[in-house]
Design a protein around this ligand. Structure first.
Ligand code: 1GP
Length: 251
């Protein structure tokens, strides 16, 4: 097992759940991303994800270097395509969009990215990525040209997650898409969690710590927030997220 996955599993073991902050290189310049990263380290965030389903900027390399340097936190690429690779990252969520039926995002982009990931020695964390309907058409839905799983189709979500684990995914990520109006339904989180043994990441549209804590109590092992902090850059909000997430599950 790679160091970063092991680190994440230890966090889950110690704190019940972990908190991942997502930085989108199109929404931040290097300086503001570095400030956010410094605040993350002070606020007890567990790791930083960098990326987006669609990237206009070419800031990935310098941003990852700077964020790593100022925060000392693990930096994990959250890729939208095979171009989103950086030799400076500690790991990459090797996402297969298993809720969709677009071969490019199931295996095509992976084939294109694999040689560089291998060459740079980046730890790849195989992750079954499931897009859930979140009240609007998000960038990931549009760019991936895949249909999200309807919010009320809990059984369909559960079957996808089981299939992901059986295929060897080391994590399952339930995602409503960045900036979604609604977050993943709690009932879906608990139903999926009941049927899988690998860690469950939940993200998209989570805007307050109470909501994050609830998701952890329903079974999320890692919570991702992006937009809410990018807009406010609020250190105390970040601390609140970390503390609620780290204390929501009885140890
Ligand atoms: C998106 O899950 C992440 O991939 C974070 O979403 O920006 O809505 O917090 P938000």
């Amino acid at each position: 097992m790679g160091h970063i996955l092991e680190h994440l599993l230890n966090i889950k073991k110690q704190n019940g759940a972990g908190y991942l902050v997502l930085i989108d290189p199109d929404k931040q310049d290097i300086e503001s991303a570095s400030v956010l990263a410094e605040l993350s380290a002070e606020a007890d965030v567990d790791a930083i994800l960098i990326g987006s389903s669609f990237l206009m900027s070419d800031r990935l390399d310098p941003m990852i270097r700077s964020v790593k340097q100022v925060s000392g936190l693990p930096v994990i690429i959250f890729p939208g395509s095979s171009n989103h690779i950086s030799r400076y990252a500690d790991a990459i969520l090797f996402l297969s969009l298993i809720s969709g039926r677009n071969p490019e995002f199931l295996i095509g982009e992976h084939v294109k990215a694999a040689p560089a990931i291998k060459r740079y020695g980046i730890e790849a964390i195989p992750t079954g990525y499931m897009l859930i309907e979140g009240g609007s058409c998000t960038s990931v839905q549009f760019i991936s040209a895949t249909l999200p799983i309807p919010r009320d189709k809990i059984d369909i979500a559960v079957a996808h997650a089981i299939a992901g684990e059986l295929l060897g995914m080391k994590m399952i990520y339930l995602e409503c898409g960045s900036g979604s109006i609604q977050s993943v339904p709690n009932e879906m989180i608990s139903a999926v969690k009941e049927q899988i043994n690998v860690p469950l990441i939940v993200g998209g549209g989570i805007v307050d710590p109470k909501e994050a804590g609830e998701k952890v109590r329903f079974g999320a092992d890692f919570i991702v927030t992006g937009n809410v902090l990018e807009k406010t850059g609020n250190a105390s909000l970040m601390r609140e997220f970390a503390s609620v997430i780290h204390s929501a599950k009885p140890s």
